[in-house]
Ligand binder design. Structure first.
Ligand code: BG6
Length: 460
């Protein structure tokens, strides 16, 4: 990449910076995709980049010290209280002097990896001290999810940001959109003749999107207790996946063409039923209120009210502290009429998109059992690592590349985010039971009844 950039991570002492952002920068530097750069870490506490980089190293397997040294040399830590407008002047000077030292162009990426409540103050202050002086599409501002807390806060946030910067400068991250297999969904759909004619209510019985995690909320208790599963996973990752499955064909698989088609899906989302759960020891996690009613598990039945999908349920399921970790989309096709005289096929066809661990695509078809006039389902199985090796880029790596290049395709647009909140809004306000479930289980027992009522046999 020839761009010279200053990457400024606001909230650099947080988990995200250490686990994902610095490792992504490491990978880009290793691959020489990032050559002329500086990193500025900003946070409220006393700290140093060398200690933050030290903590980040454990998240990169077999890393090369020389690369870390290079990043270290080009990094600086600046202590800043995000609300303190005077502090931004010092921050601005620090930024300029580092840019001078490395002869950088002053193209800045402000990555807001802080709690969302700091977003408005940061944006206003950056503008005021002219650190965010607009020149073409620079600087760029990156907002970690969740973008807002509900519809009105997301609207307010969009209004504040867009009164100071252009949408072209705004990158609302949903890291799922940087995952290889997620980026592959539209290519798979629109570059293969075999899928699109079948991709509608006449042939698809249901779509299941499952993002299960064995992990608990770990050290994110305070954040998670405030936001919960609907805001953390459903409004963002799951709705984004759903939109890629449900959108109409864009004119081109790029930029605003795709974002426009996704918007049509979000406008037509209709959440019909929701089941919520909370794992048993959640209330004793650090940072969680003793009487918390925050859900850590959700199952949803959603319709997309467009002619293509009329009547086809999208079943969504996600939770923490479950029995397995997986991120999979199952497209279940409808039954064919049975032409075999004895045993009919035991199940219908599935297209399976595996987004995490063993990433790949499988098509399940019925084929003949040798020696019998019967069929059984077999998988035509493509695994990314078998064909392309183990080094597919991590989501954050691809996303940082996109931000530098100014490609907004994999980022969430202002209007989309508001429609996503709108679809979920009634369920955020509604008082519904929160069912307890055991750590390491499949979720609340009540899921069985709920699934029966909604006629969903979850694919495992
Ligand atoms: C994050 C959520 O956005 O995504 C976390 O805040 C969740 O709660 C994580 O664990 C899951 O992402 P991945 O890439 O590990 O599947």
């Amino acid at each position: 990449m020839k761009e010279s950039v200053t990457l400024i991570i606001m909230g650099v002492t947080g988990d995200l910076a250490k686990r994902k952002l610095l490792p992504a920068i490491y990978s880009l530097v290793t691959k020489k995709k990032l050559k002329n750069f500086a990193v500025i870490g900003v946070s409220r506490s006393e700290n140093s980049m060398s200690s933050i980089i030290g903590e980040s190293k454990k998240f990169v397997k077999g890393s090369n010290q020389k690369v870390w040294n290079k990043i270290g040399k080009r990094s600086e830590y600046i202590k800043l209280n995000f609300e303190d407008s005077e502090g931004y002047k010092v921050f601005g000077k620090g930024c300029l002097s580092l840019e001078k030292r490395f002869r950088l162009s002053g193209k800045r990426i402000f990555y807001l990896a802080t709690l969302p409540e700091h977003f408005p103050a940061i944006v206003k202050n950056l503008k005021e001290v002219e650190m965010g002086k607009n020149k073409e599409d620079w600087p760029k501002l990156v907002f970690e999810k969740p973008f807002g807390y509900d519809l009105s806060s997301a609207r307010k946030l969009n209004k504040t940001i867009l009164s100071l910067f252009k949408e072209r400068q705004i990158y609302r991250i949903d890291h799922y959109l940087g995952k290889e297999l997620v980026a592959n969904i539209s290519l798979l759909r629109f570059t293969n003749r075999i899928f699109e004619p079948l991709w509608c209510k006449d042939h698809i019985e249901n779509v299941q999107i499952i993002l299960n995690e064995e992990l608990t909320i770990g050290s994110r208790g305070e954040f998670y207790d405030k936001y919960g599963v609907l805001r953390d996973m459903v409004q963002s990752h799951i709705f984004q996946l759903l939109s890629l499955i449900a959108m109409e064909s864009p004119e081109k698989i790029e930029g605003e063409f795709v974002r426009d088609k996704k918007l049509e899906v979000f406008k037509n989302l209709n959440v019909k039923d929701v089941l919520l759960g909370q794992y048993e020891s959640f209330k004793s996690e650090s940072g969680v209120a003793a009487n918390s009613t925050t859900p850590t598990f959700a199952a949803l039945k959603v319709f997309v009210d467009t002619p293509r999908w009329k009547g086809v349920p999208f079943f969504l399921k996600t939770g923490k502290a479950l029995n397995e970790t997986k991120a999979v989309i199952y497209i279940k096709f409808k039954e064919v009429s049975c032409l075999l005289s004895k045993t009919c096929p035991s199940d219908t066809n599935y297209l399976i998109i595996n987004l995490r661990t063993n990433e790949g695509v499988a098509l399940e078809v019925n084929t003949k059992i040798p020696g019998k006039n019967e069929v059984e389902p077999v998988k035509l199985d493509f695994r990314i690592k078998n064909k392309y090796g183990p080094n597919t880029p991590e989501a954050y790596e691809s996303l940082i590349e996109d931000i530098i290049a100014g490609n907004q395709y994999a980022f969430v647009r202002n209007d989309s985010i508001e429609y996503c909140w709108q679809a979920l809004e009634p369920w955020l306000k509604k008082k519904i039971s929160i069912h307890r479930y055991k750590k390491g289980s499949k979720g609340p027992k009540e899921l069985n009844k709920w699934s029966e009522k909604n006629k969903i046999g979850w694919r495992s």
